[in-house]
Write a protein that binds this ligand. Structure first.
Ligand code: NI
Length: 155
């Protein structure tokens, strides 16, 4: 059930917000406000002070002819197998590869691992997107074959 609340803002700010919504493609204020609230809460949860659990999406491009890079990347992922959930690899052309890595763990661990990958020579356009989770990974029972993970799915 949604909770309703009224927010008062001065006319200039309301106009700026409506313009912002239009630019971002929001069709109603409620959805735009919800996303802003989620964004602020996510930022706080990912803050080093809270260091909550998160899922990370790390993407980058590299030239697979780059000396030893492919091998070193694979070694890095194996060394952090507890963080690395899966990797999607695209052979973009004769030289370039694009990888997208799904990570799960403490916000600071995910950040540190992603930075170590992005800083490697030959890695280009590295970018990490972190999505905060409500439960720490260690509190989260593994998904069993029969949904034996102790909570109801939303209908
Ligand atoms: Ni490739």
């Amino acid at each position: 059930m949604s909770e309703r609340f009224t927010v008062s803002v001065e006319p200039g700010l309301a106009q700026e917000f409506d313009d912002f919504m239009k630019r971002k493609g929001y069709s109603n204020r409620s959805e735009a406000v919800r996303d802003l609230i989620r964004g602020a809460l996510a930022t706080e949860r990912l803050d080093p002070d809270q260091d909550g659990a998160c899922v990370g999406v790390l993407s980058y491009m590299y030239d697979h002819h780059e000396r030893e890079l492919s091998k070193r990347l694979t070694q890095a992922h194996h060394a952090h197998y507890n963080l690395t959930v899966t990797t999607l690899h695209m052979h973009l052309d004769h030289d370039l590869c694009v990888e997208s890595v799904l990570l799960r763990g403490r916000a600071s661990d995910v950040q540190a691992f992603a930075e170590s990958v992005v800083a490697r020579p030959g890695i280009r356009h590295g970018r990490l997107h972190r999505i905060p989770l409500e439960h720490a990974p260690e509190e989260r029972p593994a998904a069993g074959p029969h949904h034996g993970h102790g909570h109801e799915h939303d209908r």
